[in-house]
Design a protein around this ligand. Structure first.
Ligand code: TXA
Ligand code: MG
Length: 344
């Protein structure tokens, strides 16, 4: 792999023009979106796309999302007319934190879809993401810009920590507004099927489509030999180096249980809690997950990275109710904990 002097640049017209030229020449650029930072390459260039897998250390069977900056860029990527439901979802939620899966067209390289005959497409809302796609003048394939297995990056500093020397450029657009990756929805069946929950919630999708199914594997580990509908479900994402236990139930009981677990833990324990609960933990080591569920979505990946930096061996996190955006938070927390979720 080539070594680079990685440039970290604010989003200016000059930086965007250079970033677009890098993408056109088959190189990688990390860029902000409203969900997490992406690691972009020319989606129509199989060699460029292969570089993404190298830079991330990503398993070759995990497909990428193709990002567009206008609705008319969708049709050439897919082999069918979008259904009425898909069109309604696009009207309601694009541009935004939603990815739709369709049968792919010939123009999408199999390197992007990891050999699948479907393609995942997203029209992001972040102005810098859209400006980069415009500057590249082609769709941009982009996974989250973390090394494989690390939490997704929600700041340019997170990207630099994982990608320094591995890519030529990072565009710094500040912290991400949502903080968790997009909602991935399989649109190839009769009912939209959520393969990864995110900022567009099941409730919002049901309201638009009349129905929405959450894939069973969203809130449980895969069974032995089970083939997931989304290859990403196979991998232990977002895992901190220490063990993580998530505690759910009544507020007072959760706090009491976490204190007992912390006090009995060996090595360096660490608590992840809502900001308003921090005083209840006294002088135990604790990180804030923000004021509410939306704050938790924004803070979670940074907290998991900080836990590693602090050398935490045993992490104990408060849970949130698994509805609305809370489903996405609990999906990420659950995976980080290898689904070690206990009742207080
Ligand atoms: O918010 C996001 O979605 C961010 C930003 C950069 O757009 N991107 C992102 O990409 O999270 P990535 O590669 O980290 O996650 C994409 C997920 C993976 O779990 C992958 O398995 C799934 O989408 N996926 C992609 N194409 C698919 C397909 N054709 N069928 C099923 N799952 C697919
Ligand atoms: Mg990812």
């Amino acid at each position: 792999m080539t070594a680079f002097d990685t440039e970290l640049l604010p989003v200016t017209p000059e930086a965007l023009a250079r970033a677009g030229a890098l993408i056109r020449s088959g190189e990688l650029v990390a860029f902000p979106t409203e969900t997490v930072y992406g690691l972009g390459a020319d989606a129509l260039n199989a060699d460029a796309v292969k570089r993404i897998f190298e830079a991330k250390g990503r398993p070759g069977d995990n497909p990428l999302i193709v990002h567009i900056s206008a609705l008319d860029q969708l049709r050439p990527l897919i082999s069918v007319e979008p259904s009425e439901m898909a069109r309604a979802l696009m009207d309601a939620c694009w541009p935004g934190p939603m990815t739709l899966i369709f049968p792919k067209s010939e123009s999408v390289p199999l390197a992007v879809t990891a050999g699948l005959d479907t393609v995942a497409v997203r029209f992001p809302a972040h102005p810098a993401a859209r400006a980069l796609i415009d500057a590249a003048r082609r769709p941009v394939a982009a996974p989250s810009a973390n090394r494989s297995g690390r939490p997704s990056p929600t700041t340019a500093a997170h990207v630099l920590a994982d990608m320094d020397g591995r890519i030529p450029m990072i565009l710094d657009g500040g912290p991400c507004a949502v903080g968790l990756e997009s909602t991935v929805i399989d649109m190839t069946g009769d009912v939209p099927r959520i393969l990864r929950p995110g900022g567009i919630t099941p409730e919002m999708i049901s309201a638009v489509c009349g129905a929405a199914r959450v894939d069973e594997a969203v809130m449980r580990p895969l069974k032995e030999g089970e083939r997931p509908r989304s290859p990403g479900m196979k991998y232990r994402h977002y895992a901190p180096r220490g063990s993580l236990t998530v505690v759910q139930g009544d507020e007072a009981a959760v706090i009491a249980r976490i204190k007992r677990l912390y006090d009995a833990a060996e090595g360096t324990p660490l608590i992840l809690a809502l900001e308003g609960h921090l005083p209840a933990y006294g002088d135990r080591r604790a990180l804030s997950l923000g004021k509410d569920v939306a704050g938790m979505a924004r803070a979670l990946f940074d907290a998991l990275r900080q836990a590693d930096d602090l050398g935490a061996d045993a992490l104990f996190s408060e849970a949130v109710p698994a509805d609305g955006l809370g489903l996405a938070v609990m999906n990420r927390l659950g995976r980080a904990a290898a689904f070690h979720i206990i009742e207080a």
